[in-house]
Design a protein around this ligand. Sequence first.
Ligand SMILES: Nc1ncnc2c1ncn2[C@@H]1O[C@H](COP(=O)(O)OP(=O)(O)O)[C@@H](O)[C@H]1O
Ligand SMILES: [Mg+2]
Length: 238
Amino acid sequence: MLRLEGLSCGHGPMRAVDQLELQVESGSVTALLGANGAGKSSTIMCIAGHVEIQGGSIFYDGSDIAALSPMARVVAGIGLVPEGRRLFSSLTVRENLVVGGYCRPRKETTSTIERVLGTFPRLGERLYQRAGSLSGGEQQMLAIGRALMSQPKLLLIDELSLGLMPTIIDICYEAIDHLKRGGMAILLVEQSTQRALAVADAVTVLESGRQVWTGTARQARHSSDMIDACLGLKSSQT
Ligand SMILES: Nc1ncnc2c1ncn2[C@@H]1O[C@H](COP(=O)(O)OP(=O)(O)O)[C@@H](O)[C@H]1O
Ligand SMILES: [Mg+2]
């Protein structure tokens, strides 16, 4: 569903990611791991069309999408759960979901909201509360729900578990597993290697914008030392 070929991207003259090769198949999760500043968000935001591509190609569903606007990418089926969630905090939960479904026919809105609430029943209890009044975990559920409103075929998730309580993380990961089983392609950026490896099929590790490890999740589970090193965990202990 997604194939990055030698993707380089960055911010103005600055290069954040250099020649990244990565794939995400339908019905699977690819985890993109790496320490702070490694280039994970830049990669996600480049696929979504918000960060400038400096080289290489982004193939989505068989076509190169480099020329498409961010909105056209949403319409094509690329959903984004951005780092920090970026909800409309003064709007209600329901209004946030409606905004997420903006690119879909209006007659689908109610049924799509029902489906999202089936995935996250807790949002149903908060439907007319302002997004800004929700807990961090509920906000993350809403950010995922809002992305699902566009009925994506590829879901980009930046920092799923960061700052959330373990019980809420469980709920979010169950949702990811459910979406994957439903055939969605998911690119997951995570700080928590263990959590990501539990759901991922493929793993790529970035270090200072360079791809330093890639393989199956099974292989990754057997080389956790190496992944920890890539994540800078060893250096942070000294
Ligand atoms: N808007 C920006 N302008 C300039 N540099 C940026 C911007 N966003 C990120 N960077 C830089 O790009 C590099 C990669 O950052 P980022 O993609 O956010 O990493 P990660 O998500 O892995 O923590 C870092 O060196 C960071 O300082
Ligand atoms: Mg980031």
